[in-house]
Write a protein that binds this ligand. Sequence first.
Ligand code: HEC
Ligand code: HEC
Ligand code: HEC
Ligand code: HEC
Ligand code: HEC
Length: 442
Amino acid sequence: MKLSRWTWLELTGIALIGAIVLLLININQRKREARDTFVEVVKLTEDTVEPADWGRNFPREYDGFKRTREMQATKYGGSVPFSHLDKDPRLKRMFAGYAFELEYNKARGHAWSLQDQDNTRRTKERPQPGSCLQCHASILPAYRKAGGGDVFKGFEIIAAMPFHEARKLVDHAIACLDCHDPKTMQLRVTRPAFLYAIKALKKSQGVENYDPNTMASRQEMRTYVCGQCHVEYYFAGEHKIVTYPWAQGLKVEQIEAYYDRISFSDWKHGETGAPVLKAQHPEFETYSQGIHARSGVACADCHMPYQRQGAMKISDHNVRSPLLDIERSCLTCHPFPASEMKARVEAIQDRHAALLSRAEDALVALIGDIKAAGGAPDAALQFQRKAQWRVDFVNAENSMGFHAPQESARILAEAIDYARQGQLAALTARRAASGGQAYLGR
Ligand code: HEC
Ligand code: HEC
Ligand code: HEC
Ligand code: HEC
Ligand code: HEC
């Protein structure tokens, strides 16, 4: 059969109209999907700790959140746990006499945070305070209850309790409640130690009464929610209140000046007796010195990138190494293939690892020389404190240099210099004691 020209036109017209109708239906569906992001199945309150309950309202975010249980390694990071001490025995000497010489592992995803704390020899074999739980448990309701409605009061009460007693008051690892307001789903910061410290930091910069929950921009909150826990801390006073030492600034020497001012040391070194400091996971502090912070890129931009699901854009709640999803984590801003971005990161990390290794060698050499000198002068012990603080600050930071490459290299260069100065001070003392018979390395 041969169709006339008119019939062709009619058929094309009908097909076109059909396509438009389908498109409209599709748009409408997508709009509805976008509108229906939030179906309130469960009424969430300040006492809803269980993430599965939140998951009934927000199944997509909950799916990602649950996947923090998964384990996958990258060249230097990822979430497959291994013993840092076995991999790098120099750490055992650096931490001699401290709980970290017992067990220190590669961290893994948020779902494990409570279990891994329970199972470390650091809590099993050494007395620890309730303060440890601030960053490992969904602890807000417990604070409120202990404080008779006052979270800050409860925070101090639980901080001072023995770990195993405080542990009975919580039963969930990090949860939705820790980063979100249950009524509005807005991001919020809840950790008292963070709220006190950021206020002190802002005050040192001339801003009075800073409260991130009312004064921070949304983009800042996308970093602050992580800065609640991924930071350096110490336990202040006999009540062991977990405290972030930021009142003089976030840089390594500003934190050191804070500790020097209050004459704080975490422990006396097991081999030399030097009053030394232990750094822990200063991700927020280090990131703050890097180009991404300066450019307004937040932790969540790289670690919780957007994902498209139907018409919706959601944040990936499987918080993990960005190198496991470079397309979404980096290529939104950088116009290069994923393989190129990975190579750039690993080039930074390889250089950093080599410098870190040299700094550890220098510190271990200093420890050996102080020991050999017997009763080394205070100057040598002070150099050990300075070198140890810098090496450990960089070693305990979990990006292997990526968050702020140049700043991290600067810190390691200082560490090497202080360690070698310390060796000279120890040698000078040995020479004096031996009537000039001691030489470098002997
Ligand atoms: C520009 C992207 C970017 C930003 C912004 C960023 N990170 Fe990272 N982060 C990385 C990369 C890349 C690594 C290295 C991952 C690896 O080696 O597998 C990393 C590593 C980490 C790790 C260790 C992860 C692992 O798998 O071992 C933690 C923890 C971390 N970052 C936390 C933070 C926090 C907290 C912030 C904000 C204060 C932040 N990051 C900001 C890109 C970023
Ligand atoms: C300021 C928040 C904070 C406090 C307080 C805190 N932690 Fe952690 N902890 C973290 C973060 C963040 C990680 C993951 C990054 C890392 O391992 O460096 C972690 C990792 C760990 C790990 C797994 C890796 C490892 O070190 O073997 C253990 C175990 C642990 N912490 C035990 C403790 C103990 C014990 C205390 C109390 C002495 C404590 N934590 C106090 C934030 C905290
Ligand atoms: C309430 C405290 C807390 C908050 C808030 C928090 N973390 Fe963590 N984070 C931890 C602890 C504790 C661990 C270690 C868990 C373990 O090893 O058992 C950890 C582990 C990690 C890891 C390592 C897991 C892996 O797979 O490599 C990354 C990456 C990470 N956190 C990034 C972030 C980012 C990004 C944010 C903000 C969006 C954030 N964290 C918010 C406490 C916290
Ligand atoms: C470590 C902090 C953290 C935890 C824990 C967390 N979230 Fe989020 N969540 C974020 C961040 C950051 C965003 C991005 C918010 C923004 O950009 O304003 C977000 C966004 C959201 C959004 C808005 C839509 C989207 O995906 O961007 C929902 C809904 C949400 N989260 C639900 C949950 C649920 C449900 C849980 C628990 C199963 C949870 N979150 C746990 C940090 C967290
Ligand atoms: C939200 C945007 C954004 C995201 C996401 C982002 N970056 Fe960047 N990155 C920047 C900006 C802005 C700069 C500064 C240089 C510039 O202005 O071009 C930068 C600089 C860099 C540099 C040069 C660092 C230096 O010290 O000069 C590297 C390397 C880099 N990014 C890697 C990454 C990697 C890897 C990821 C993913 C894990 C990532 N970036 C994610 C915006 C981003």
